[in-house]
Design a protein around this ligand. Sequence first.
Ligand code: SAM
Length: 279
Amino acid sequence: MPMWFEETYRSQLRFGLRVTAYHYRGRSEYQTIDIFETETFGRTLALDNVFQTSVGDEYQYHEMLVHPALSTAPSIERVLVIGGGDGGTVREVLRYPEVKHVTMVELDRQVVEACKQHLREFQVPWDDPRLELVFQDGVTYLQACQDRFDVVLVDGPDPVGPAEGLYQSPFYSSCRECLRADGVFAAQVEAPQLMHEDFTRIVKTLRGVFPRVDPYFGPVPIYVCGSWGFAYATNSGADPLAVRPERAELVEPVCRQWSRDIHRAAFVQSPLIRRRLVD
Ligand code: SAM
């Protein structure tokens, strides 16, 4: 058993966690899947040797991916989640009784099975009758999709391998087309500093598709360098800061990261990020 699990970023930077026990090691058709115990963050999931999520910090990512969109969208009855195999994203979506149906389209059934069994601390309500799981490539699913959604969330890994298409214009155009006129889209868009080329390219790609795109930010300690980027996009140009008080009152008591104050602060861009996005 290795004592450390290490992620290497572009052969330049290494981030490692000390491992105290292994729970699962597998190789699916698409990727390697590791779930192990770390002293710092508890149970941790890595795919293809890249840290994805951990019991100790997952709320910081999942709450910030979900609640900006779900607290502001005019309607949240029908939600589409692309990726998100660990289930943290759908858990946050299902907190709202207004949500009637969630379709989660995940490429890799083996990730979901491994997480159901070995990441139980995530407390994902996998048996919620409102949740429909589809095991398919998100790009292919959306190309054929005739449904319309109030909210679309993209919870994919880094833009390499099978996830590459989740960061390109044709996929974002399909997301826009499957949204209702006043619908809201949100996605993870990589690290604004360390991966600023990726971050800037992805936000600009989104801006080529949606009339209004607002990047926002949050800490995710398990991702290299800890500072993470998200994007909020609409067809309608709606203000992403217009949080509905009744929804905020519902989830704030259970949230550990998202709140109305954090929501407002998260949309503030540093001068450097702002400049990179207009250049
Ligand atoms: N929060 C994580 C991050 O930013 O690194 C992502 C976590 S979640 C585990 C990512 C999921 O996206 C994985 O389970 C992976 O199998 C899935 N995925 C990758 N490519 C996909 C695709 N083309 N369509 C649907 N799901 C995909």
